[in-house]
Design a protein around this ligand. Structure first.
Ligand code: P6P
Length: 337
């Protein structure tokens, strides 16, 4: 049959089943979960594409627009989208996100739904008003125990407990990148079909790349070892700086071209700015599955055990060699290897 047609028929839910080479209960669940993530991505992408047109959507909250809809800030809207798509799915009992202090329980799903979604509905929301790329980040875990105290303490475990993770990149095209621990695969939304179509399977991050991605405006707040690394890349041929304000887009560039993204601890945020459970850990799962690395500078991100749901960690993520270079400055004081 026609290769292009076969590809157009490799939808995300089909691909998950192919990955697992199984139609077991869990395989079906994962396929259904990924399908719901895709639906959320489509709904958010649609909202973004006409955000500039609907009066007051950009960066506003509480406004009522011309359609009489209560207009929500995009990240509040996106947060609700993920809740809604999983409400009907029956699979997910709990959702934890940057937008909610405590996990949201879908009570009707709880006795049966054994999955928890951890997500950052809109990453890089400062880019909303400037029509630049944005992302959603997701991580799926299985609930352990019955969470009787409703504090979801079973979520406070390391990143190896993730069963699926990935991100949606709302760029010139909308892409969904995911892993279920069997490689990293990318899909592109075909708006004419309303489907995410397989773009690339088993993506491998280059072992080295020229890009370093960091907010140099924080230079005055960094440890001396990070400053030493930055002085090194400033004085060494072959490095180029790229930083967009949305780490999904910066890290996607690094997945494709190689390089390293850093958000180190600062004076104001010694633990860094990025949240472990629904930002760093899912991205670390993806990048490690693609053959890269993710570390706090001292500990692999996937080994960090959080003490609280919204715990932040420093993040150094990307190509093996480039991450190791940053670590060499951090771990050997100021003397690079
Ligand atoms: P800064 C967006 O708010 C975000 O979480 C990441 O997507 C982005 O890389 C970072 O924060 C930007 O933070 O401090 O550099 O503006």
């Amino acid at each position: 049959t026609d290769k292009a047609l076969d590809r157009d028929c490799t939808t995300l839910s089909r691909h998950v089943l192919q990955q697992l080479q199984s139609f077991s209960g869990e395989a079906q669940d994962l396929s259904a979960l990924m399908n719901r993530i895709a639906l959320a991505g489509k709904l958010v992408a649609r909202r973004m594409s006409n955000a500039g047109l609907m009066e007051g959507v950009l960066g506003f909250t509480g406004e009522v627009n011309v359609q009489g809809e209560s207009v929500k800030k995009l990240d509040v809207y996106a947060n609700d989208v993920f809740i809604s798509v999983f409400k009907q799915s029956g699979l997910v009992c709990r959702l934890a996100s940057e937008e909610m202090e405590n996990p949201y329980y879908i009570r009707e799903n709880c006795p049966i739904g054994r999955y928890t979604l951890l997500y950052d509905p809109i990453d890089g929301s400062s880019n909303t008003d400037t029509n630049l790329s944005l992302g959603s980040i997701f991580s799926i875990r299985q609930q352990e125990g019955n969470d009787s105290d409703g504090k979801a303490t079973d979520l406070l475990t390391n990143g190896h407990k993730q069963i699926a993770a990935g991100y949606i990149l709302y760029g010139p095209s909308t892409m969904l990148i995911y892993t279920i621990g069997k490689g990293v695969h990318s899909f592109t939304l075909d708006p004419s079909l309303g489907e995410f179509i397989l773009t690339e399977e088993n993506i491998k991050i280059p072992d080295h790349g020229s890009v370093y991605s960091v907010n140099e405006g924080n230079f005055w707040q960094w440890d001396e070892s990070i400053r030493e690394y930055i002085r090194y890349v400033h004085s060494t041929e072959g490095y180029t700086a790229r930083y967009s304000g949305a780490m999904v887009s910066d890290i996607h560039r690094i997945l494709v071209q190689g390089g390293v993204f850093l958000y180190p601890g600062t004076l104001q945020k010694p633990e860094g700015k990025l949240r472990l459970l629904y930002e760093s850990a899912p991205l670390a799962f993806v990048i490690e599955q693609a053959g890269g690395r993710a570390t706090t500078g001292l500990v692999d991100i996937l080994d960090v055990v959080p003490k609280k749901l919204h715990q932040r960690t420093p993040l150094i993520i990307g190509s093996k060699q480039d991450v190791a270079k940053v670590e060499s400055f951090i771990q050997n004081g100021h003397e690079p290897k």
